[in-house]
Design a protein around this ligand. Sequence first.
Ligand code: NAD
Ligand code: TYD
Length: 343
Amino acid sequence: MRLLVTGGAGFIGSNFVRHALRAQRDLELTNLDALTYAGNLENLAELEADPRYRFVHGDICDAALVDRLMAGQDAVVHLAAESHVDRSILDAAAFIRTNVQGTQTLLDAARRRQVARFVHVSTDEVYGSLGAEGKFTEASPLAPNSPYAASKAAAELLVRAAFHTHGQPVVITRGSNNYGPYQFPEKFIPLAIANALAGQPVPLYGEGKNVRNWIHVADHCAGIWAALERGRAGAVYNLGGDDEVDNLTLLRRILARLGRDESLIRFVPDRPGHDFRYALDSALARRELGWRPALSLDEGLDRTVAWYRANGAWLERARDGAYRSYYETQYRARLERGQEARP
Ligand code: NAD
Ligand code: TYD
């Protein structure tokens, strides 16, 4: 199979590229990635010598490049995106360009080149927020609340339209919150681990009561692979982990694993429009794809904390340069106010 992966130098993408090359011997995989702040070729360093793997540095909005790369592909797994809610609140422009325009550019080329399979990797955030009860099914309405989630919902609607209008063989996956190795330390779990390892306070938004449905990235990648192999054209599959936990409880578990004191917890002013709870009903993926997550949050956190401990150099490089100015913008004023906001 000839497979084009977009965003393969990012967190989930690099885990997926590794998963795919392990899952199928007879694979020619092209990884198209623009290497934004979130893309890192270090994540795939051990694959440089693998003749089945090729990296192309480029933008999914570059129609000529995308068209050229699409020729002869059997399938696309589309992961490239701007992916962080807080950054979309600071400035949404790149989210619209990459997530919306980039997705349409890929769909157009895939249609012209008659690619037999197009897996679009989306997120549970397209559903918006839940209260304390219930779970989202694939039939739940789309009600995105952040600019990130809205751009992902817009992308999905274009994928849906490609199926209904042009009969393109697309499959959409909606994953819940991922964690695991190679996650950029802007996201909550690696940010908490990185700060705690450095003895720095960990900013917890609001009262820390928001709930997320966590899935280890290895389980998510297995679900995306199953959707590629067995997904029904036009179908949407939720890929949720088994564990739900509020942010304060999660942070306590991380600190305990690192042997750090809870005095590092710093309650800071909330994220605007902060979704209260996400939870996915993944029965359809279990039934039709034969997929289920294998790792509990406890096991996954053990592994993830161990990975970040063992990869201090990777983490320090990720936290260098542009990350510092992002961190200042995002957290400095919050942390100053947060000192007094502690309940
Ligand atoms: P990430 O930010 O770690 O990686 C994104 C990758 O896309 C980077 O390598 C970046 O360089 C690349 N990229 C960005 N703009 C590009 C462009 N214009 N052209 C080519 N490449 C570009 O993101 P992630 O957390 O690995 O998420 C991957 C995908 O999975 C995204 O589509 C995201 O919406 C989705 N998703 C993420 C989660 C999660 O919890 N992280 C959950 C569900 C779904
Ligand atoms: P995040 O990793 O940004 O994922 P998402 O917003 O896509 O769910 O955040 C996970 C949860 O952690 C979310 O409820 C926001 C919260 N959070 C904090 O409390 N502090 C932080 O510094 C960050 C980045 C997130």
